[in-house]
Each structure stands twice: as structure tokens, then as C-alpha cells.
Write a protein that binds this ligand. Sequence first.
Ligand SMILES: Cc1ncc(COP(=O)(O)O)c(C=O)c1O
Length: 337
Amino acid sequence: MTRSFIDLRSDTVTLPTDGMRNAIAEAEVGDDVYGEDPTILRLESLAARLLGKEAGLFVPSGTMANQIAIRLHTRSGDELICDAGGHPYNYEAGGAAMLSGVSIRALSSDRGMLAPSLVDATFRGSDPHYAPQTLLVVEDTSNRGGGTVHPLSLLDELAHVAHKRGAAAHLDGARLWNAVVASGEPAARRVQEYDTVSMCLSKGLGAPVGSVLLGPTALMERARRFRKALGGGMRQGGFLAAAGIYALENHIARLDDDHHRANILGEGLTALGYTIRPVETNMVYVTVPHGKTAVEGLNQQGVKASKVSETELRLVTHLNIDDGDIQATLRAFAAIA
Ligand SMILES: Cc1ncc(COP(=O)(O)O)c(C=O)c1O
């Protein structure tokens, strides 16, 4: 396969490897809406085992996993609390309001990591003037925070604050495996205090489609109904689940390579005189004089990057980026400097 661009816009752009394509081709499938797709059932139980939760539900996207979680934990008129850079607040098309009738209280954070004291102070009690605050959403790693990894004690503490205030805690773990590999802490331990977790297979893990929502069996049974209502029942979806199983079995440890390459990229950009945010996992946020001009200049050099503000670009390393691509990207940044 020939590539015309080095695509660093996101880790969602990965293409299936040959091994993954074989796993897809050989998948045993059935009708999952009847609960009869053996490969989806196997993926759901594998994910539940890895994350130490009772049950899992395979869904088409991280957005659907988060939206089902919001629906599970709230009622119309409630409010959820999350980081102002958080995915449900910024990038889920207003789904919390549209699908669950829920408003969002978005808090400022330190690189995507909320302060427990601020979260605690945000819970306002039961005065009838206020919307019931029934859910806290924490994102780990934090995408807009810079690919940041919450310290384990902070993850725990945030969930404890929510529970103390009678709210549920949901972890948006779109990139939880990046956090697991970077921290060296077991996945089940990192998500232990959270009622539900969404985990993406189609980001750094390199599967083409899919996420798993995890939590207690009774909640996942209700989640199955919401998934159906959203049109997320995928019949012979085992072909996609096979890619997910392959990703979980083969692509977790290699995330360390992505982190290493992001570090090299960050160091190289710094050496070229660019300012970057601290690199913790597979994301490099770099300041440029003018975002649109920089993206166009990089495009001309064969590199794709995401513009996240007028003066900042995001570069994400992944399965289809190698050492040579990092050096070529640095040459492109030198050329546009
Ligand atoms: C932190 C986070 N949560 C959720 C999602 C949603 O995933 P999807 O694109 O599969 O809907 C993303 C997507 O990039 C994300 O970065």
C-alpha cells in the first residue's frame, strides 16, 4: 500500500494490519441483536475481564458508548460535570442534551485533569433551584489536555467525590490503554472506582471501528436497549469485534512505541525552536504563529496535522507512523519555520 501523506491528525486514521485483516476474514459471526454473535460475545467478555468489570457491550463508537453511559446515569433535567475540554461537552454534537435532556457544567482543569476540590465545590446540593447533578465524566488520557495521564490517586479521588455527592462516575477511556502503558498500572486498577467505562478499539489500538462500554451486568442490560434505540445493534458485527480482539491481544504493548516516537517528535520540535506542551503519551501539541498557514505548509511537505486553535496544532503518533515519518515530519516543520 502506498501512502501519499504522513497522517498525524489523529490515531483514528490507522488502517488494519495484515494480521487484523486475517482475523476479520476468519471471524465466526451470528446475529448480535439476537445475542448470537460468538465473536462479539468473546470481545465483550475479554474486555470485561481486562477491565475488571462484570459485563461489556460492543458499540460502534466512543461517542455512542459515552452517550449510552450518560443516558444510564441521568434523567432528563439533570446536569453532568466534566472538564471544559471534555469530549461530551465539545465533540458529541450536543448529544447529552439531545438524547438525555442533560445539561453540562464544564469546569476548567489542569491539562484535562479536574481538581477534586473544584468538583466537590461544584456539587450544589438539593435546592429545587438547581438541576440534580447526577454524573461526573472523567477523560483519561485527556485528549484536549494533551494526552495527559491522571495520577491513579487523582482518578480514584475524583470518583470518590462524585460518589460522596450521590452522583455516578463515568470514565471516558477512549485512550485508556495509552494511560495504562504510560503509567505501568493495570487497567482494572485504574478504572476500579468508576461505575462505567468506555474504551475505544479504533484509536491507538488500530481497529477500524468500535468501542466497548463496561460496567455492572444490570446496567449493561439497560445499555443494550439504549444501543438498540440509537441504531447501534450491528447484526453480524463479529467481523468488527474480531478486529477489536486482535487489537487487544496484539496492539497494547506497542503503544509504548507511539509514546516514544511522540517524545522524539516533541524533542525535535523543541530543538527547532517550537514551543510544545509536555508530551505524556501519543500526542504532541505544538504552538505555531498561524495555525491555518502551518497546516497548509505541512500539507505541501506531505504531512497532515490537526489545527486545534489559531496558534496550536495537534500531532498524534499511531500504528502507521514509523521512525522515518517522525524525521520527515521534523524536516517539514523546519521547512515551514
Ligand atoms: C476522549 C475521546 N472520547 C470519545 C471519543 C469518541 O470516539 P468516536 O470517534 O469513536 O466516536 C473520542 C474521539 O476521538 C475521544 O478523543
